[in-house]
Ligand binder design. Structure first.
Ligand code: OAD
Length: 242
């Protein structure tokens, strides 16, 4: 594979990963863009905005229940597992920033992680402060209601037109101000946050690695670009003989 890159990865002083939907492709979860992408078949403005939820909460919840069923039935793949193994080695010198809401990083063992777009397996109340875990169950009644105030619960995800949690972003930027290597996997960068985060790390001297089946918005700024499936490339890179 690439001994020099493997050495950089293993010997990094501090290391960050930024992931997108491509990391879960080998687990059978569709990405958002591209030929089979979710946004080819569904319109974000009908399903993933506060206005859509106010208009038709049942429709939005039905779409989310379908995704929750799909993701809870999927298994973490070799990319998720390798990222968790790397975290175990690096401990507090490691941070994962993911745009994915599918819960697969957590199920693979990742804990030092910021889910910048939230999670399909948490809910929050539209009215009060209630926030809770929300595991998938086949018999759920839709739309779910808040146990405290009986208002609607919504998926605890970031929708179009909504802002990121500023505490999450501050934490990510702080960590990225002092990393030697950032590995960006399976994101198009069409939502600009991963590009912004990687640019920030690069300004502070980090080496940027982009792993993707295709060119992305990250490619022009990366020091190294590797083309192929994350679930094949990352485990091979990490386990290469030095
Ligand atoms: P996209 O669907 O925009 O991009 C997926 C990326 O993964 C593309 O660049 C593909 O080339 C790449 N890819 C596909 N299969 C791969 C594989 N097996 N290994 C490596 N790379 C692969 O997904 P994201 O960039 O994650 O936001 O999208 C960002 C955000 O846009 C999502 O979090 C979602 C969406 O709207 C919200 O829902 C808020």
């Amino acid at each position: 594979m690439d001994v020099e890159l493997t050495r950089r990865l293993r010997e990094a002083r501090r290391l960050a990963f930024i992931t997108g939907a491509g990391v879960s492709a080998e687990s059978g979860i569709p990405t958002f863009r591209g030929a089979q992408g979710l946004w080819r078949n569904f319109r974000p403005e009908d399903l993933a905005t506060p206005t859509a939820f106010a208009r038709d909460p049942l429709l939005v919840w039905q779409w989310y229940e379908w995704r929750r069923a799909l993701c809870s039935g999927a298994e973490p793949n070799a990319a998720h597992k390798t990222i968790a193994a790397i975290e175990a080695d690096f401990s507090e010198r490691f941070l994962l920033i993911t745009q994915n809401v599918d819960g697969l990083h957590f199920r693979a063992g990742s804990r030092r992680m910021i889910e910048v777009h939230g999670s399909l397996f948490r809910v929050r109340c539209v009215s009060c402060q209630h926030r809770a875990e929300h595991p998938y169950r086949t018999e759920s009644r839709l739309p779910p209601r808040c146990p405290l105030c009986d208002n609607l619960l919504r998926p605890d995800v970031v929708w179009f037109g909504e802002t990121y949690d500023q505490i999450d972003i501050r934490r990510a930027l702080d960590f990225l101000s002092d990393v030697s290597l950032v590995c960006v996997l399976g994101t198009s960068g069409m939502v600009p946050m991963p590009v912004h985060l990687a640019e920030h790390a690069r300004q502070y001297g980090a080496y940027i690695v982009d792993i993707n089946t295709a060119e992305s918005a990250l490619t022009p700024m990366a020091d190294r670009s590797l083309r192929g499936a994350a679930a094949e490339i990352l485990p091979a890179l990490w386990s290469e003989q030095l």
